[in-house]
Ligand binder design. Structure first.
Ligand code: NAP
Ligand code: ZN
Length: 365
């Protein structure tokens, strides 16, 4: 049994201003890391800057984080912020800026080291600068996980860096979700569903990780209803954020499994948003797992069979078109991915992988 979540987490209205004192405890100079647009339109960036100014904390702003940030982007941000010598890093946005802020915090703490450090846990290195995470989407849970997932152009895929960097503080304000388009709410909430399902059906699952999944899967019933309606309340946005963070707590202990492994190629090759790419494989992952886990998850989610879940997923995220030869290469690659196959608690081989692809939301063209 193992439990470790060293992140102080708050989810409430006016969250940034309420916790100015916690922020000030990290030093006098902050490096803000965010994406190109959304943190300005949803006001999260303003709230952070206002709070820093009021507390007498100086900042440098790096606002060029792209979706699915690449390894190459990290040194660009680091060289921009290095001379300022920040004491801590504040990531604002979806999973992309939050993940990037963790890698940037690691490199800032290790002057003189190149981007190789990101995948090197063998040689000596300093711990990352403290990270504060301000989530503005409702799925990755990155504000409470130790993972920093980067795009590897040389391998044409994505991978988590091996360093585990938990944010020291996570400040989640439901107000930042209000301006998000439906597609972003749906895709990212489906990502959270994937985290619950892949953490539950996982060879590293424990009673503690399952506790987060059981509560979260039963709450996801309400998430589904929230996603389907058009007039969402403040409480609805709070539920979306809390469920997403619960899912982060679950995968912090177990990691993910085959649907995430399968999703990365769809995102790299076709630009499919992360949550949608994960959701493509969720129903068929459950369908190919063992009967006990399958029945338990369907019961928690309030479905009587897999097809009800698949219909809902199709409704929320749609399908993905992939040419036959590429589809075949995906099946073959995953059938030989020993690390991901080992994350399944049931026997999974090439035939299982082919079955998951066959039952997925991919349409072969
Ligand atoms: P994202 O890539 O961070 O952002 C997607 C889009 O949403 C961007 O265009 C962004 O705009 C916009 N956006 C963000 N917040 C918004 C808001 N409140 N209103 C309107 N638009 C908003 O999306 P994500 O799905 O949250 O993150 C995906 C990344 O997280 C992937 O790289 C994935 O691998 C990673 N991930 C990490 C973990 C982990 O544990 N660390 C877990 C799962 C996934 P801007 O670019 O202008 O900001
Ligand atoms: Zn995910």
């Amino acid at each position: 049994m193992f439990y470790n979540i060293p992140t102080k987490f708050f989810c409430e209205s006016s969250c940034i201003a309420n916790h100015a004192g916690d922020i000030a405890g990290f030093g006098k100079k902050a490096c803000i890391v965010t994406g190109k647009k959304s943190s300005r339109s949803n006001n999260s960036l303003n709230d952070v800057i206002d709070t820093l100014n009021a507390a007498g904390i100086e900042h440098v702003l790096y606002d060029r984080i792209e979706e699915n940030p690449s390894v190459e982007l990290i040194p660009d941000a680091v060289s921009y912020a290095r001379e300022f010598e920040p004491d801590f890093v504040i990531g604002i946005g979806g999973g992309s800026p939050l993940d990037a802020s963790k890698s940037i915090a690691l490199m800032l703490a290790n002057p003189g080291r190149g981007k190789e450090l990101l995948f090197d846990t063998v040689s000596d290195y300093n711990e990352a600068l403290p990270v504060i995470a301000v989530p503005t989407t409702c799925g990755t849970g990155s504000e409470i996980t130790p993972y920093s997932i980067l795009t590897l152009h040389d391998k044409k895929t994505k991978s988590s860096i091996p360093h585990h960097i938990f944010p020291k503080l996570a400040l989640a304000d439901p107000a930042y979700l209000k301006s998000a388009p439906d597609s972003i709410l749906k895709n990212t909430a489906v990502d959270a569903l994937g985290h619950f399902i892949e953490s539950y059906i996982n060879s590293r699952a424990t009673a503690i990780s399952r506790m987060f999944c059981e509560k979260g899967l039963s709450m996801w019933k309400h998430v589904r209803d929230i996603l389907k309606k058009s007039d969402r309340t403040d409480e609805d946005f709070e539920t979306l954020l809390i469920v997403s963070s619960f899912a982060g707590m679950a995968i912090s202990h177990t990691g993910t499994s085959l649907p995430h492994g399968m999703s990365y190629s769809l995102t790299y090759d076709y630009g499919v948003p992360h949550g949608k790419a994960v959701g493509t494989f969720l129903a068929s992952y459950i369908a190919n797992s063992d009967d006990v886990n399958r029945q338990e998850i369907l019961k928690l989610l309030g479905y009587s069979d897999i097809s009800e879940l698949q219909d809902d997923l199709k409704d929320l995220i749609g399908t993905v078109s992939v040419p036959k030869e590429i589809y075949d290469s995906y099946v073959n690659d995953m059938a030989h991915n020993e690390r991901k196959l080992a994350s399944c608690p049931f026997h999974a081989d090439g035939e299982t992988v082919a079955g998951i692809y066959k039952g997925s939301l991919i349409e072969i063209v």
